[in-house]
Design a protein around this ligand. Structure first.
Ligand code: ACO
Length: 336
């Protein structure tokens, strides 16, 4: 059986910085509330006319990852695209990337696992490399949240949290035994599905029905709903469990973690996990302060930045972990 490793990383965020103070001009919120509850200081939003979309940001991140990997785009065997905010209802963003990168008829698939999307996508890619079916796989997480959030006071508990951006990794067959993805761990529990969800437009909630069912517009199913405290409670439990599961599988201990990259859900969630697992500040990477929660893009953006800052070195044990809507959660243990 083969092993996969990350050969190149890249990220892209739109130029348009939206601070908490900017948000307080369009809704009843303030910098102190947002920072205290989430740690977020600012986020990036696509601006009308800046030429970005979920797929396009994914391509920008992918080009950087490809260049760094030194793998030619024509040698990519599969594209896996994780997003909850695709450009179109169908088809997915993966085929758009295939076309924009002009990778001749290579297969492309989309993963819809929200905040856990990148871990799921990485795990799928890892399996294809392990079996020997593919050698080089482009894995992308990208989100355009700003186009679909309620930026009125009604939606403030959700809309202040999320930001736009993309991250990408090129997975390739590892030449060195023991270097690369050691294991991935995936879970879901669908009974919590609607606690963090966006109901429509969908086949159950087409726009005309939404308008008909909500003449007053008080329950708006085309904006995300989040039961914040419920999510918080489940997130801190599942994050910890799935990190420990990954370590145990590989005979590792918490002290062996050189870098934990948690999905950037909320700084309070990351800090809670760090304290619970007794990890040092130098062993946990957070950048939600700058970008907000970019769901499927948050791990590849954070991983790219941690690597760019020289915080991940060859031989390090890097753990990626995510929890999100579904509920779904997962982890990946990597020897860099
Ligand atoms: N600005 C100012 N006031 C606000 C805002 C805002 N942006 N949002 C809500 N409030 C108000 C509410 O209206 C409420 O006011 P009231 O007491 O007068 O009714 C008060 O603040 C408390 O509201 P809650 O919704 O109870 O706020 P809570 O303390 O639970 O914080 C939060 C909300 C930050 C979402 C919290 O529940 C949380 O951290 N949850 C974790 C979920 C999370 O972070 N998810 C991230 C995305 S999911 C994922 O990635 C896994």
């Amino acid at each position: 059986m083969y092993q996969s490793k990350i050969a190149g990383l890249g990220s892209y965020v739109p130029e348009n910085v939206v601070t908490n103070d900017d948000l307080s001009k369009i809704m009843d919120t303030n910098d102190a509330w947002i920072q205290e509850r989430t740690g977020i200081k600012e986020r990036r939003h696509i601006k009308k006319g800046d030429g970005n979309s979920t797929a396009i940001m994914g391509v920008k991140a992918a080009k950087i990852a490809l260049e760094r990997s030194k793998i030619n785009k024509d040698d990519i065997d599969l594209i896996i695209f994780a997003t909850l905010s695709p450009d179109y209802y169908f088809p997915g963003c993966g085929v758009q990337v295939q076309e924009m990168l002009d990778i001749h008829t290579c297969p492309a698939l989309d993963v819809r696992n929200q905040c856990s999307g990148f871990i799921y996508a990485l795990s799928v890619g890892d399996q294809f490399i392990k079996t020997g079916m593919y050698k080089n796989i482009l894995v992308i997480g990208s989100e355009n949240h700003s186009g679909g959030l309620d930026f009125t006071t009604r939606g403030r508990s959700v809309s202040v949290i999320f930001g736009d951006g993309a991250g990408a990794a090129v997975l390739t067959r590892s030449d060195h035994n023991g270097q690369g993805i050691l294991s991935t761990h995936l879970h879901s529990e669908g009974k919590h599905a609607l606690e963090l969800s966006l109901k429509g437009p969908s086949t159950m909630h087409w726009v005309p029905e939404i308008i008909e069912e909500n003449p007053q517009g008080d329950d708006i199913p085309y904006y995300p709903y989040m039961n914040g405290q419920y999510v918080f409670k489940h997130a801190i439990q599942r994050f910890s469990e799935v990190i420990l599961e990954g370590l145990k599988e590989n005979g590792l201990d918490l002290e062996d973690i050189d870098m934990l990259i948690p999905h950037q859900a909320n700084l309070r969630i990351s800090q809670f996990i760090q304290q619970k697992l007794k990890l040092g500040n130098e062993n946990v990477y957070n950048n939600i302060q700058k970008y907000g929660n970019t769901t499927a893009a948050s791990i590849p953006i954070a991983l790219t930045e941690a690597w760019e800052e020289g915080k991940i070195k060859e031989g390090d044990i890097v753990v990626l972990a995510a929890f999100g809507s579904g509920f779904t959660w997962g982890s990946a243990v990597i020897r860099w």
